[in-house]
Design a protein. Structure first.
Lengths: 166, 502
């Protein structure tokens, strides 16, 4: 362990999968950058761990010591990480595609819209609204998703037609 | 002589024995701010760090809170920078600054070859923010800061160029977020002009300008008026401006360092946490617009001034509190007079930077104070200032005990404490009385939850009794002199008039 990094709890993704993309600060230079990395509370989980301080709370005055293995440092803020997005596409393609959440107020309003005939079902309403929102508020992600999804389907089709390893 | 550059000013401090040139290497990482804090707490001279460990640019230097005023007479160093007579009392100093502000002098444009700020010109990857020793000020700050500079920003619809001092937090070699809170001039130009129309906004951060340029950057200069002319008025000569390398913006040629950049609409990066002027580390971190660096120009061995924010509370001064008293106060006084109000002075409360101002004023007719408050809160907006105290013209607004006495004697809790714009007024998310949820993370910077402003009418308004007992000041001074006499001090010397007034 040679370097130390810091991040805020709010930057740490909820789903700490194999590889995560998030913002860290180099504790020596104070440079702030977005990284693709593996993180864990146990250094034994990582091949080349460095220290990662996670600051918690609205005033960031609670610290926890984690560990990080930096994979890529040059991830530009706002840039769509296509490798990470492809992992998401492949993961959701292989598993369940259910979007699950609990919210009384959302359900009540969506139910109203269904009963008024605006949508066929609550699921239909939630799907349509979320897609519209993602298209408008995360346009770059939406465009990148279409490209990545097309690439994944093309690769899958090519593998099927050309034959892959049995 | 008026200081024509930061270096002139620092030389003047040194000649007066008020500068400590520290040759021992000091780190930008908390050490420089710690030394500066101790100097402020001890009311000591200004620390100048001649050798900064891992400074980056060759010979780059730091100076800690260069405009921090002496505790008893905070305006003295500003007065010296402007070549005002030594030893002015506060009221006379205010009138001298007001007089100069009433006579603006338009700036002149100089060629780049004649501009000290262009001794070194860096473009492309050479323009690297991290190659300079920006200080890391408080443990827990979100990053390194430039927080004592002039932010130069244009209006999209006119020739107006605004100078302000919104702080910048460095993220990388090429990016820095800016604390832009809607309701203030430059943030309004960005949020409601450039960003709304999807246009990139060119900006420049001029670091270590001549003192007059920085002073006007902190003042409440009216919307649409260039600070450059008022800076010329302050120094009694035109400020020299020079064009940027990558935009049409003009910056003070005297600057130690200029960061030229662009703020793209819709872009946001973290700003904070930061040890703020209230004296607390207080979150949450905010999403703020950020600039991308286009070029950096600087003098040889540039000097980067900084302010240790958060230490200017209680009795301690720093650059922010000194600017409020020595620059904003006279300017606000002039602004109220120009609006037709018969005020003696508008002065910040000494112990709470920016939060409270006291206005000493005549009250020529009923309803006058409400008109005054209405003007302040609707015309000026008052994002940072929460409330005003109105006292009679013969009360010294810079004397907290006198103001408190006026409140205690004349402010009826039922009739004289007024709220203004309940749940309508904007608030900076830097305060500590709003919860993180109330502050939120609004697109335009200010707290999501609105608040009220307030004013206290502590004017006598005819309720002064005819028969007053001997004043507490008389008793206190007599008691103090008696203590000194019994301790063996020679009391044959009377205090100087300015010491009494201060």
């Amino acid at each position: 362990m040679t370097r130390e990094y810091l991040t805020s709890e709010e930057h740490l993704p909820d789903d700490l999968g194999a590889v995560v993309t998030f913002q860290v600060t180099d504790r020596e230079t104070k440079e702030i950058f977005t990284t693709r990395a593996r993180v864990s509370e146990d250094p034994a989980d990582l091949t080349d761990p460095d220290r990662l301080t996670v600051v918690r709370g609205p005033h960031e005055n609670v610290e926890e010591e984690w560990f990080i293995e930096i994979l890529e440092t040059g991830v530009e803020p706002g840039r769509i990480d296509r490798a990470a997005l492809r992992e998401c596409v492949e993961r959701t393609g292989a598993g369940s595609n259910v979007v699950n959440t609990r919210a009384d107020d959302v359900l009540a309003m969506l139910t109203y819209l269904v009963e008024r005939g605006r949508y066929e079902s609550v699921s239909d309403a939630a799907r349509a609204m979320l897609r519209d929102h993602l298209r408008e508020s995360h346009g770059a992600l939406f465009d990148a998703y279409i490209e990545v999804r097309s690439a994944v389907e093309r690769d899958d089709l090519a593998a099927e037609l050309l034959g892959g390893p049995e | 002589m008026t200081a024509n550059s930061l270096r002139d000013y620092l030389d003047g401090l040194e000649a007066a024995g008020e500068l400590n040139r520290i040759e021992q290497p000091v780190s930008w990482n908390l050490e420089a701010s710690a030394v500066t804090t101790m100097a402020a707490l001890a009311d000591d001279v200004v620390p100048m760090f001649e050798s900064v460990a891992e400074a980056g640019a060759e010979g780059a230097r730091l100076v800690g809170d260069p405009y921090r005023g002496p505790r008893r007479r905070p305006w003295d160093r500003v007065a010296a920078a402007l070549d005002l007579p030594v030893g002015l009392d506060r009221a006379t100093y205010y009138e001298a600054v007001i007089d100069r502000l009433q006579h603006p002098v338009e700036p002149v444009l100089v060629d780049g070859d004649d501009a000290p700020c262009k001794e070194v010109v860096l473009r492309g990857e050479d323009a690297n923010l991290l190659a300079f020793p920006w200080p890391y000020l408080h443990a827990g700050d979100g990053g390194r800061y430039s927080n004592l500079h002039t932010l130069v920003a244009p209006d999209l619809d006119s020739d107006w160029t605004d100078w302000t001092y919104h702080r910048a937090m460095l993220h990388s070699a090429s990016t820095a977020s800016l604390l832009l809170l809607a309701g203030e001039q430059t943030p309004n130009l960005f949020y409601y002009g450039y960003e709304r129309r999807g246009e990139p906004m060119p900006v420049a951060i001029a670091v270590g300008t001549e003192p007059a340029a920085y002073f006007t950057s902190t003042m409440w200069i009216p919307t649409g008026r260039d600070e450059a002319g008022f800076a010329g008025g302050l120094k009694g000569a035109p400020v020299e401006l020079v064009e940027c390398e990558t935009s049409d913006l003009r910056v003070p040629a005297s600057a130690e360092l200029v960061v030229e950049g662009t703020i793209e609409p819709g872009g946001r990066l973290d700003e904070g946490p930061f040890g703020d002027y209230f004296g607390y580390m207080h979150g949450p971190r905010r999403s703020m617009p950020y600039l991308t660096v286009d070029a950096i120009t600087h003098r040889e061995r540039p000097i980067i001034p900084f302010c240790v924010e958060g230490i200017g509370v209680g009795h301690t001064q720093n650059t922010t509190t000194t600017m409020e008293l020595a620059c904003v106060g006279p300017d606000a006084t002039l602004g109220l007079r120009a609006a037709g109000f018969d005020v003696t002075a508008c002065v910040p409360w000494p112990f709470t930077p920016r939060t409270t101002y006291t206005v000493a004023t005549d009250t020529p007719y009923p309803g006058y104070l409400h008109e005054l408050a209405n003007f302040i809160f609707t015309t000026w907006g008052m994002l940072h200032v929460d409330f005003f105290v109105f006292v009679d013209a013969d009360v010294d607004p810079n004397d907290p005990s006198a103001v408190l006495r006026a409140i205690a004697l004349h402010a009826d809790p039922d009739a004289d404490f007024h709220q203004f714009g309940v749940e309508q007024m904007p608030k900076v998310p830097l305060n500590i009385y709003q919860t993180p949820a109330e502050k939120g993370d609004a697109e335009t910077g200010t707290s999501k939850t609105r608040t009220a402003k307030a004013y206290i009418d502590a004017t006598a308004a005819g309720d002064e009794p005819d028969l007053a007992l001997p004043g507490p000041d008389d008793d206190r001074r007599a008691a103090a002199r008696e203590v000194l006499r019994t301790a063996g001090f020679d009391l044959s010397l009377e205090p100087r008039a300015d010491e009494v007034d201060a």
